[in-house]
Design a binder for this molecule. Structure first.
Ligand code: ARG
Length: 455
């Protein structure tokens, strides 16, 4: 028997039954489904739509079902979805009384409710996972606070920076990610329950009451909208895609820096894997997989957008296909944050090599330009003078470090002895004292600030 088949003369085709079932996916929502049902029943009793005694019995049995599902004792049959499975089991337990559960409710508002309850919990978890990762980033930044490395633009040496400054850039990105999740939460935190199948109901329900019992801040104000839209999934999915983009870029850098060519860092053996063929290999599989899983998140998000873009209001069965991909997004995000938090402290820097590389590629040329600017030379002219110095050096196959004062003075008499000091990478970094710059003082301040903020 189906929840809906009394108007049908024929029995449902077996393959159609399988084709339309979502149980294997929405099983995951069982806890939230029962939570919603308990609140709904409490409301029905409070509004005198069912009797107190009936409500107590239904709730008691719903809790039993919850326990059976948790202990994997629940027997799923060929139920269409989790809502049907729970109602079927309730009716098996308490007979016709169980048939009152669905009063003033549809699976349309029920599934929207389950998804919102699920998502509220997930957002809280992800948000706290982001904080944990940020805290780890901060710890690693502290450990290597004054390590100098080359900064890059176009993947070419630009100017020397502090490794800790580079790492804190990711901490900032993660903060915005967290804000995006927390902001999305505000729009998830709205109860659709009582919208019924989309028109509302003629029964005297109290939607504010169920919303309150379930911990929702708001009640959806339009019953059609309440069952039709999945923008809250898209919003959190988008926040997830952006977060994954950040994790993926971090991963990419770690992969590069771990290569023999860069040689900036090494990954602990317990967090690397080998090759079945080449005994020499130690591979950075964790960041590679994060990079790979990012692609899956994008794919699932695009699927969700495509799913929704031409659905007429209100509910359409297409929307059943929203869950599998979305669950996957949430799982990938959580697992990537978790492994990143464990993985990052397992990198070991080769500080000497990083500094040595920071000295290559004339990375302090801009410091000479700024030196001249302070001496009153217009920036563009100073830029040209230093450009000529670099050309001269390149002709004789030497680096900035090998410059002498008399040589410098051939290009501008503004150069004095202290100009040579500015060429050193440590000095270059130290001089970047502008707010948010890479000077050790600025970075130390940021670290202190963050330590307070993340506490
Ligand atoms: N399994 C459905 C879903 O996930 C639940 C809602 C079904 N509603 C309906 N009218 N058939 O969307």
């Amino acid at each position: 028997m189906k929840l809906w088949d009394s108007r049908f003369k024929k029995k449902l085709n077996k393959e159609v039954e399988e084709f339309t079932s979502s149980l294997s996916v929405d099983k995951k929502l069982a806890d939230y489904d029962i939570l919603g049902s308990v609140a709904h029943i409490k409301m029905l009793a409070k509004c005198k739509i069912i009797k107190e005694k009936e409500a107590r019995k239904i709730i008691k049995n719903l809790k039993e079902i919850k326990k059976e599902i948790e202990e994997e004792k629940f027997i799923f049959k060929n139920d269409e979805d989790i809502h049907t499975a729970i109602e079927r089991c309730l009716t098996e337990k308490i007979g016709v009384l169980g048939e009152k559960l669905h009063t003033a409710r549809s699976r349309n508002d029920q599934i929207a409710l389950d998804e919102r309850l699920y998502l509220k919990e997930k957002i809280k978890k992800i948000s706290s996972q982001i904080t944990e990762f940020q805290t780890t980033i901060l710890r690693v930044a502290r450990r290597y606070q004054n390590v100098v490395m080359p900064g890059y633009t176009h993947l070419q040496h630009s100017q020397p920076i502090l490794f800790s400054h580079w790492l804190l850039a990711y901490l900032e990105m993660l903060e915005r990610d967290k804000q995006r999740f927390n902001d999305g939460y505000l729009r998830v935190d709205v109860s659709p329950l009582g919208a019924a199948s989309g028109a509302g109901t003629s029964l005297p329900i109290d939607r504010k009451f169920t919303a309150k019992v379930l911990g929702f801040t708001k009640v959806a104000e339009n019953s059609i909208d309440a069952v039709s839209d999945r923008d809250f999934l898209l919003e959190v999915g988008s926040a997830s895609a952006i977060l994954m983009m950040h994790l993926s870029r971090l991963s990419e850098e770690i992969i590069l820096w771990n290569s023999t060519e860069f040689g900036f860092l090494e990954i602990d053996e317990s967090f690397a894997t080998g090759s079945s063929l080449m005994p020499n290999k130690k591979n950075p599989d964790i960041p590679e997989l994060i990079r790979g899983k990012t692609a899956r998140v994008y794919g699932e998000l695009l699927g969700l957008f495509s799913l929704m873009k031409n659905l007429p209001l209100s509910y359409n069965r297409d929307m059943q296909e929203d869950k599998e991909g979305f669950f996957e997004i949430m799982e990938i995000v959580s697992s990537c944050l978790s492994i990143s938090t464990k993985f990052l402290p397992k990198i070991r820097l080769d500080k000497e090599r990083m500094k040595k590389m920071a000295e290559r590629g004339e990375t302090t040329a801009t410091d000479l330009v700024e030196y001249l600017v302070i001496k009153g030379i217009p920036f563009r002219k100073a830029h040209r003078i230093v450009g000529k110095i670099l050309k001269h050096l390149r002709d004789s196959g030497r680096g900035l470090k090998e410059l002498t004062l008399p040589e410098l003075r051939r290009f501008s008499d503004k150069f004095e002895k202290d100009a040579l000091k500015r060429i050193k990478v440590e000095a270059s970094v130290k001089d970047k004292t502008s707010f948010g710059g890479t000077s050790p003082k600025q970075v130390a301040k940021r670290i202190k600030d963050w330590e307070k903020r993340l506490k």
